[in-house]
Ligand binder design. Structure first.
Ligand code: AMP
Length: 307
């Protein structure tokens, strides 16, 4: 039950109304790997870092069954750097800096040992590179899931539309769904986006949960109401990691099982926001995850008599 994950491994500097960090470890593939490795191992990671990425962080990932043969280390360049500032609602943010560094010349190579993987999670990355990974796979995975962001809609829309034709599931937030489709109604946006390629669409709405669309069906997963949210960075990637982790563990790609998978994604994301960066993801145990999933069941479970 192998899973390939692709995306950035990065340094982030984050400002929220509650605090500020210097450079800490982030990146879309880092969060995906931390979340997914709770459900499935090995994780076969594809990414790129510079000379400055700490060996201890690589070792930490390896301990969780993350294979790093597909992670290129560039000896004379810096790692990707991203900096963002959250607004008071913690649901929206401004990007302050995007320094591509090593990412500027990234040409991902799928190691021979990764071939035959059943599941592919394309984390947020240049659409051209996401496409290159799909093209290198000798056997099409059972399910290809893709995350993206507004940055690529503004700078690489043509490439993005080309990858969309090749994937099964797309994950975007509500603003991105509206931007991509030109529709305000999320139902109309979903229909338009599914016409671009993906058979399934997940629209994340931050603290207001997530919607899963497929054909004429729609399912809603709430976000857990939390007393304190310290840092939403990586919540989307962590959601994606929980989603694909559950699917890869169960090997069931039905709409019914995807409903469970978006609850698992929401549960994992609820941990991520409790501390800065990926710190909370490094602490949690199976017992913590089970207790949180039980909290989700309680959150939405009710009886009703229709007379
Ligand atoms: P999220 O909060 O889930 O949207 O993801 C935040 C993570 O995405 C951060 O750790 C960043 O390093 C990474 N990131 C930010 N901008 C980009 C980008 N343009 N491409 C890929 N990864 C990015």
């Amino acid at each position: 039950m192998s899973l390939i994950t692709v995306g950035t491994m990065a340094f982030d500097a984050i400002e929220t109304p509650f605090g500020k960090t210097d450079k800490i470890i982030g990146g879309s593939a880092t969060y995906v790997a931390y979340a997914a490795s709770n459900f499935v191992q090995p994780i076969q990671q594809i990414s790129i870092v510079g000379y400055d990425f700490p060996q201890e962080e690589m070792d930490e990932l390896k301990k969780r069954g993350v294979q790093l043969e597909g992670v290129e280390i560039v000896p004379d360049k810096k790692s990707f750097f991203w900096s963002g500032r959250y607004h008071i609602d913690m649901n929206t943010r401004d990007t302050l800096v995007t320094d591509l560094n090593v990412l500027a010349d990234f040409n991902p190579k799928v190691p021979e040992s990764y071939q035959g993987a059943e599941f592919l999670m394309l984390g947020n990355l240049m659409p051209k590179l996401q496409m290159s990974v799909i093209d290198q796979l000798t056997k099409r995975p059972k399910l290809i899931v893709m995350d993206t962001m507004n940055f690529w809609m503004e700078t690489a829309m043509e490439d993005l539309l080309a990858v969309l034709k090749k994937v099964d599931v797309l994950l975007v937030n509500d603003g991105e769904a509206r931007q991509l489709s030109g529709e305000f109604s999320l139902v109309k946006a979903a229909r338009a986006i599914m016409n671009m390629g993906p058979r399934f669409l997940i629209i994340k709405k931050g603290e207001h949960g997530a919607l899963l669309f497929h054909e004429n069906h729609v399912f809603f997963a709430p976000a857990l109401p939390l007393e304190d949210v310290f840092d939403p960075t990586g919540a989307g990637d962590t959601f994606a990691g929980g989603f694909i982790g559950h699917i890869a563990k169960t090997k069931d790609i039905s709409f019914e099982n995807m409903k469970t998978a978006i609850i698992v994604g929401s549960a994992m994301a609820s941990f991520c926001v409790e501390k800065f960066g990926a710190n909370r993801m490094k602490e949690i145990t199976k017992e913590d995850i089970d207790a949180r999933l039980e909290a989700f069941v309680q959150l939405v479970n009710f009886d009703i008599d229709l007379v």
